[in-house]
Design a protein around this ligand. Structure first.
Ligand code: MV4
Length: 499
């Protein structure tokens, strides 16, 4: 087993991995940028190495600085977490060439799955259903026209090197086709330095359901069932759950079998996720594979009792899966809410600053993976996720009820958070009755006017208990009053425009 592991990440996922290391008796080593000097992950690691300036490209995205830190601290392996360098095949190769172990899949699996058309072709070969569309990037306007006609509108143009919703464009009819094609290509070129675009049939109102898989270096594969991730806004997931209330035994059998086939197809090792779109008739289609540990992995851990990060580390060290497929059972239901430093009352404007009051929740069936603490400064440079609140219940209703209780107990002052929005969703009949899909929040926002829709909802004021409305009004006034946070917001807007 490893003696020391370098965690090439920050925030709540760095904390999560540090804890798994400690539980295994491994010494965790943190890295941090200027902005993260006093952050929770640094304080919990015991040993931490400064790797550069606050912008990610100068620190968390810098290959050399991260590998140098690992060597300097005598680490055996690097855990990348999610985001940053976690799905960069060149980084994996660099780590290996430097004599270190990357806790994740092989570079080649990541490269293969990162290219959406090569992933689709691999799925076809392995009998995994994909969304109808092209096998290869589009070469000409004429080709595009005839393909669009044969698939039928609406179609979706997707960047071959894209993923996670970047570089997609819906085309409703032929009149928009060529201009959309040009725009999609130039967006793809800008974002991924690859202008290739391919075509899929556009599925309206799909559900997003994904399967957690895990494999060791000895050829053992297992799935850990599915997660439902349809409650999202602009490709940012907000609430996830396991199991999916949509998935019955028949669909579960089919979709998990397909997920294992997808993982085997790219010789996958370590933890990964196969994303599917599921339509009203419960027909499922492979969308893409995430070759990393995901934000929402805890809901799977709570229903299976398997520590996914612990398994990741053991697998990278050459050990076998600590369980077999038939030992994995679903027990109860789990819900995760992502707490973001964003103002749902004001167009989701990011909120930055110092946490001046912090009360977290707890109790039976509650897990909180937080990257912040009283006194933490939330910097502008990174993802606005602060913490994840995860509940377990004997059934979905119990998990939802518990989540409502927990969100009302939490107090975060000094920043604006999306907690009121999460509470609102948890009380919508569509959510409770599983009548939602990936378009649910978008449609709700359209109906109510994005930005100020929550304020128009009388019930939310009642629902968001005294505590939260107190925190919120206090936070909003602080937020507007301090010159610091307005400077922060204008800096953030500048950075956004430069991106
Ligand atoms: C789609 C789709 C409809 N039809 N593909 C968005 C993220 C990226 N991974 C793929 N995405 C989608 N692909 C076809 N052919 C709708 C989406 C989509 C979506 C998917 C998953 C979760 C949330 C979503 C929100 C909007 C659109």
């Amino acid at each position: 087993m490893f003696r020391k592991i370098l965690i090439a990440n920050r925030g709540e996922i760095a904390v999560r991995i540090i804890r798994a290391c400690k539980d295994l008796g491994i010494q965790p080593v943190a890295v941090y940028s200027d902005a993260d000097q006093n952050s929770l992950h640094v304080r919990l690691a015991g040993e931490a190495i400064h790797i550069g300036a606050s912008p990610s490209k100068d620190s968390y995205l810098n290959f050399e600085k991260i590998v140098d830190a690992a060597k300097k601290s005598n680490c055996d392996a690097i855990h990348p977490g999610y985001g940053f360098l976690s799905e960069n095949p060149d980084f994996i190769k660099y780590v290996n060439d430097c004599g270190l172990i990357f806790i994740g899949p092989e570079s080649e699996s990541v490269r293969l799955m990162g290219n959406k058309t090569s992933a689709r072709n691999l799925m076809i070969k392995n009998m995994v259903p994909i969304v109808p569309g092209t096998k290869d990037p589009i070469q000409s306007n004429e080709e595009l026209k005839s393909i669009a006609d044969s698939i039928g509108y609406p179609i979706l143009l997707k960047a071959t090197s894209g993923g996670g919703g970047k570089g997609m464009r819906v085309v409703q009819n032929e009149s928009e086709l060529l201009s959309s094609f040009e725009m999609a290509q130039s967006e793809a070129e800008k974002a991924f330095k690859d202008k290739n675009v391919y075509v899929e049939k556009y599925l309206s109102n799909p559900k997003h359901i994904e399967v957690q898989i895990i494999a060791d270096k000895h050829g053992n594969y297992a799935h850990l069932f599915e997660r439902e991730c349809s409650i999202q806004r602009r490709h940012q997931k907000i609430i996830e759950e396991a199991p999916s209330p949509t998935v019955d035994e028949e669909l579960r059998m089919k979709i998990t079998t397909a997920a294992i086939a997808a993982a085997k197809a790219c010789n996958y090792v370590n933890a990964g996720t196969i994303e599917f779109l599921v339509d009203k008739d419960k027909i499922f289609y492979f969308l893409e594979m995430n070759t990393r540990v995901q934000v929402e992995h805890p809901v799977t851990e709570l229903i299976t009792g398997i520590d996914i990060v612990r398994e990741q580390i053991r697998i990278a060290a050459g050990e076998r899966l600590s369980f077999s497929q038939d030992e994995v059972k679903i027990r109860g239901a789990s819900l995760e809410v992502r707490i973001y430093a964003e103002d749902p009352f004001n167009n989701f404007l990011p909120s930055f600053g110092k946490i001046s009051h912090y009360r977290i929740s707890g109790g039976f069936g509650v897990r909180i993976d937080s990257g912040i603490d009283l006194g933490s400064e939330v910097p502008i440079y990174y993802d606005p996720i602060l913490a994840k609140v995860v509940t377990w219940g004997n059934d979905r209703n119990e998990a939802i009820n518990r989540m409502r209780r927990v969100l009302r107990e939490i107090q975060i002052v000094g920043l604006v958070t999306n907690i009121p929005l999460c509470l609102w969703v948890l009380n919508q009949p569509e959510f409770i009755e599983n009548k939602f899909d990936t378009q649910y929040l978008t449609n709700k926002f359209k109906e109510n006017g994005e930005g100020h829709w929550l304020q128009k909802d009388e019930k939310i004021l009642e629902l968001v208990s005294k505590t939260i409305s107190f925190s919120h009004s206090k936070i909003s006034s602080n937020h507007k009053r301090t010159s610091d946070s307005s400077t922060n917001v204008s800096n953030w807007l500048k950075r956004k425009r430069n991106d």
